[in-house]
Ligand binder design. Structure first.
Ligand SMILES: [Zn+2]
Ligand SMILES: [Zn+2]
Length: 142
């Protein structure tokens, strides 16, 4: 089971009971490094044989986002994607505009340039989001 205590703490904070169904949502999110929307996560949980309602999946995802256990990605297409934040280093995303495939990247030069820009302005950087929209190899050969 993935990080039982973290989930328990988050649920407690929201005044929600710990249940095996909510654990299965958290387990599913930690099981892969994929970037899925709530419906895909729901379908994957159902496929693995857990009897969890759609409402529970959506509700649990909200709790996990709110407690910073998972990250919500807004790709500008109206479908939020989610990824877990356990043991993952900072990274940004490359998104294919045709097939929706998402790849991760990390570039030290970009990161340090950002720090330099913020420093120049005398500000403190809280967080940043880079999304590079691309056409992937597979789609460009179609
Ligand atoms: Zn593509
Ligand atoms: Zn990611």
């Amino acid at each position: 089971m993935a990080n039982y205590d973290l989930l328990k703490q988050a649920l407690k904070k929201e005044g929600l009971r710990y249940t095996i169904q909510r654990q299965s949502v958290w387990d599913e999110l930690c099981a892969t490094d994929d970037h899925r929307d709530a419906e895909e996560i729901y379908m994957d949980i159902r496929q693995s044989g857990s009897d969890v309602s759609r409402a529970t999946v959506y509700r649990t995802i909200d709790v996990l986002v709110k407690n910073k256990l998972i990250r919500k990605l807004d790709l500008g297409d109206g479908r939020a994607r989610y990824e877990h934040k356990i043991d993952t280093a900072h990274h940004d995303h490359l998104i294919c505009v045709q097939c929706g495939k998402i790849e991760e990247f990390m570039d030290d030069l970009i990161e340090s340039r950002q720090d330099a820009i913020i420093k120049k302005h005398g500000y403190k950087l809280i967080r940043h989001i880079h999304q590079l929209f691309i056409i992937c190899d597979e789609c460009s050969t179609k």
